[in-house]
Design a protein around this ligand. Structure first.
Ligand code: SF4
Length: 413
């Protein structure tokens, strides 16, 4: 017997052996799609779809255009350039596309102009509200029949909208309703922006719970609805510009309050770090080891955990913005304490103070492998990270009663 095998302390064992020991103590549930079949490549890997299919695009809308482009468009329509600013004010400041409300525009031709610059992009199909009225989930139909969702949430002192960036998704994660049908198409910039404008309209009408003050609107945006935002890079970035550009060019929001998340498209993370936009960046990691993550987040077959963490760390170095790591806690799949220790080790190897971990318990789903970790396991996971000096906050899962997870409403239609 070697001295190593006589030592029971798992800390002193090589990681693979410690992992094996820990796995014996707790079961290891493996990710697999339930009730649908994941599309695979001829080699048996989950299929990844990066490019949007070439399908008809939505009509151009004012929010697709920068202010200069809007001015050029006004000229093209035979109007003075200042009309672009007036139209922008109606949309980005007053959230209206109603010609009757645009009395500063000449009456003759107003309706036609509005029809041309504000084609309807989102048609509400369903709206679900929690009992307290503080969370509303919308299901929208796009011009081509594609369905997308957004979720509006009131918190003390802030209002957050979770937006979709693609119809469907090509990342094929086995737990996700959105990914099942693959990627239908990228959403246009204006389709992304219009989700926020629609939410602002609704808030102004007093339809989101109890108002805190009269001047309320969406303060925070998270790109965590349908789609992988960085797979629709250009349009998502244009939408971020519309969010942060000052009124009336855009919505005048703070870039810090906009969270762009990704499952780990490394080249796009590096591109994002080079933009001059201090948005909050979130990496949906969900597993610190490639063995599990290859199955859980198929894009890991392209860019491994360490590559994604390196890119996330570089984002912090370039922007000075602390990175968020999202980690859905799934019972007996990724919630083992040794995984928390491995995650902490990988984060600390890259430095201190650059990252914050947000574990999010999955919705409890009896009988499914995709179910929430038990309370004491969640606690152990969090304490392991904290004990290693990694700031960690358990997130609540808003909208449990109304199918809060992405893609569930659209999948039910
Ligand atoms: S979890 Fe996100 S990235 Fe994965 S398939 Fe669903 S929408 Fe796409």
């Amino acid at each position: 017997m070697t001295s190593e095998t006589r030592t029971p302390n798992p800390e002193s064992q090589p990681p693979a052996r410690a992992a094996a020991r820990a796995a014996q103590e707790r079961p290891q549930v493996l990710p697999t799609a339930e009730g649908w079949e994941q599309q695979r490549t001829p080699e048996g890997r989950p299929l990844l779809q990066f490019a949007s299919p070439r399908v008809k695009q939505p009509p151009q809308h004012l929010a697709d255009l920068s202010l200069e482009e809007r001015q050029a468009k006004a000229k093209e329509l035979g109007l003075p350039a200042f009309r672009a600013k007036q139209l922008s004010t109606h949309y980005f400041q007053h959230w209206t596309t109603d010609p009757a409300a645009m009395s500063d525009l000449p009456k003759a031709g107003r309706e036609e102009l509005v029809a041309q610059l504000f084609p309807p992009l989102l048609t509400e199909v369903r709206r679900l509200k929690t009992d307290d009225g503080n969370t509303i989930k919308f299901l929208w139909r796009l011009f081509d029949g594609a369905l997308v969702e957004s979720v509006l949430m009131r918190y003390p002192g802030r209002i957050t909208l979770c937006v979709s960036s693609q119809a469907g998704c090509g990342m094929n994660c086995p737990f996700c309703a959105t990914g099942q049908a693959g990627l239908t198409r990228n959403m246009s910039t204006a389709e992304i922006v219009d989700q926020v404008v629609a939410a602002n309209r609704l808030i102004a009408a007093g339809e989101l719970g109890e108002k805190e003050h009269d001047d309320e609107r969406v303060t925070n945006i998270v790109f965590m609805g349908m789609g992988e935002p960085l797979a629709n890079y250009k349009r998502v970035m244009n939408a971020v510009h519309r969010f942060v550009d000052p009124v009336p060019m855009g919505l005048g929001m703070s870039a810090r309050n906009i969270t762009v998340s990704t499952v780990g498209l490394v080249p796009a993370i590096r591109k994002l770090a080079d933009e001059d936009l201090p948005v909050t960046f979130a990496l949906s990691l969900h597993a610190p080891d490639d063995e599990l993550r290859d199955e859980l987040i198929p894009v890991n077959n392209r860019w491994k955990v360490d590559e994604a963490l390196d890119a996330a760390h570089d984002y912090y170095v370039k922007t000075g913005r602390r990175v968020s790591i999202e980690y859905a806690l799934i019972k007996d799949m990724n919630d083992h304490a040794w995984r928390a220790a491995l995650l902490a080790k990988k984060l600390n190897q890259r430095g201190r103070g650059w990252v914050h971990v947000n574990p999010i318990p999955l919705n409890p789903t009896p009988g499914s492998i995709w179910t929430s970790s038990e309370r004491h396991v969640q606690q152990e996971f969090i304490e392991t990270l904290r004990a290693a000096g990694v700031p960690t906050t358990l997130r609540d899962t808003r909208g449990k009663e109304i199918d809060g997870a992405c893609g569930q409403l659209a999948a039910a239609e």
